[in-house]
Design a protein around this ligand. Structure first.
Ligand code: UDX
Length: 434
């Protein structure tokens, strides 16, 4: 099939590269000339394991091309995936102006049937707005369909998630659109949920909100474990063995980040208000997530007595491992709160330091975990990179001024570290006191 991807950001590039990998002809469009130039040279502007190799291979095989022109995409491709970003506005609503611009641009160039598929995460009813916008440009209804095919890509495993999804959601408004999308996705041999546009849009927001709810639930429970002398890891295990609850997304820590959860939750909350149904539960989920970071800072403070003048080593800055993404990373709020107390920060992250430098000043970025530990009054783990599991803690202990570990991601076995002479503080591991 001839597929155009309009918006070559994270979702667009992964989608485009994977469809090309599956043998389709793909044209990725973006209005950023620098990005297109970089892609044409076979380089990925974002870090995602396997993506650059996949882009290069498909460019070489002639299945993947890049362009600045949406008009070219509409001329050459029957399937147009809209993957532009929908950034949050001040009030939490999603800014849909890029989607509107693309819809107008598509409408201006539409000469024969095209299927326009929204893949960006959008509030319910956006598909309807795209339809209206295109019709308002005097395009006949028979010349196009709008469909919704939300993505569920996790950063760090996006290629796997696209090629081997748990399910594919197809929101369609005509039999023709359904037929085209079934043809595209049936080779994946995974459950297809074929429904209307609004349901497909809601599935995306509801899924992310539900997952975030699980995380805030377990984080609040972790605070209770801290004071009650319970172990959140065991509590989560005991809960997760109930198949109605399930074990995933019950990992307590310093809160969720990334460009999806915080933004999607706020957008869903605003949308529900607009629809006259205030979804207060989501407000609480967001509030718990915000206060979880400060809870961690207070935990550090109560163990070191005064923060002022202390030196803290930080391991991990990215919002989660295997990505260099710093957007809404809990490390940002935590480090800024510590800096307000005049704490000296020396930080290490395997991938995210370049991006961190752009948003976090006053931090000494160091070349490895040992340099972060050198002379530190405490070591704070903010991202659970697997390389931090293999650290030489005997060496770390010698390097630190005080052997204090604040494990914001519950990576380590408290007993192992205590045996080595560390004072260990996890999240919700109140049994440490017993
Ligand atoms: C998420 C969704 O998983 C994906 O389906 C959607 O399309 C985009 O948003 P992503 O943002 O890449 O993907 O990250 P994810 O792996 O889901 O983690 C999100 C955040 O939650 C991270 O900050 C992570 O550290 C945190 N998290 C996750 C927890 O704190 N505990 C958990 O148990 C799981």
């Amino acid at each position: 099939m001839n597929i155009a991807i309009i918006g070559s950001g994270y979702v667009g590039l992964v989608t485009g590269a994977c469809f090309a990998h599956l043998g389709h002809q793909v044209l990725c469009v973006d209005n950023d000339p620098k990005k297109i130039e970089c892609l044409r040279k076979g380089r990925s502007p974002i870090y995602e394991p396997g993506l650059e190799e996949m882009i290069r291979e498909n460019v070489r095989e002639g299945r993947l091309r890049f362009s600045l022109s949406t008009a070219q995409a509409v001329r050459e491709c029957e399937l147009l995936f809209i993957c532009v970003n929908t950034p949050p506005k001040e009030n939490g609503e999603a800014d849909l102006s890029y989607i509107e611009n693309v819809s107008r641009e598509v409408a201006k160039n539409l000469k024969s049937y095209r299927l326009i598929i929204e893949k960006s995460t959008v509030p319910v009813q956006t598909g309807e707005w795209i339809q209206k916008t295109i019709r308002a440009n005097k395009v006949k209804a028979a010349l196009f369909d709008v469909a919704s095919n939300p993505e569920f890509l996790r950063e760090g495993s996006a290629i796997h998630d696209l090629l081997k999804p748990d399910r594919v959601i197809l929101g369609v408004s005509s039999a023709k659109a359904e037929k085209i999308l079934r043809k595209l996705y049936e080779p994946f041999k995974v459950p297809l949920v074929v429904t209307n546009l609004a349901s497909a849009e809601l599935i995306k927001h509801a899924s992310n909100s539900f997952l975030a709810t699980k995380i805030s639930f377990i984080n609040m429970l972790a605070r209770i474990c801290d004071v009650a002398g319970a172990d959140i890891e065991q509590v989560a295990k005991g809960m997760g063995l109930d198949p109605r609850i399930g074990p995933s997304f019950l990992k307590a820590g310093i809160g969720f980040g990334g460009f999806c959860f915080p933004k999607d939750l706020s957008a869903f909350l605003s949308m529900s208000e607009r629809l006259g149904q205030r979804f207060g539960l989501l407000k609480e989920v967001l509030d718990i997530n915000e206060t979880q970071k400060l809870y961690f800072v207070r935990k550090v403070e109560s163990a070191v007595w005064n923060l002022r003048g202390k030196t803290l080593g930080i391991l991990g800055l990215a919002f989660k491992p295997d990505t260099d993404d710093m957007r809404f990373a809990p490390s940002l709020d935590i480090i800024q709160a510590l800096q307000k107390e005049d704490v000296k920060i020396q930080a290490y992250d395997p991938q995210a330091m370049e991006r961190a430098k752009a948003v976090l000043s006053g931090v000494r970025y160091v070349k490895d975990p040992y340099a972060a530990a050198r002379g530190a009054d405490a070591l704070l783990i903010l991202t659970e990179w697997s390389e931090f599991l293999a650290l030489d803690f005997k060496r770390i202990k010698k390097l630190m001024r005080h052997p204090l570990i604040f494990d914001g991601r519950n990576m380590y076995n408290p007993r192992d570290l205590k045996r080595l002479g560390f004072e260990y503080h996890g999240m919700g591991r109140g049994m440490e006191k017993v």
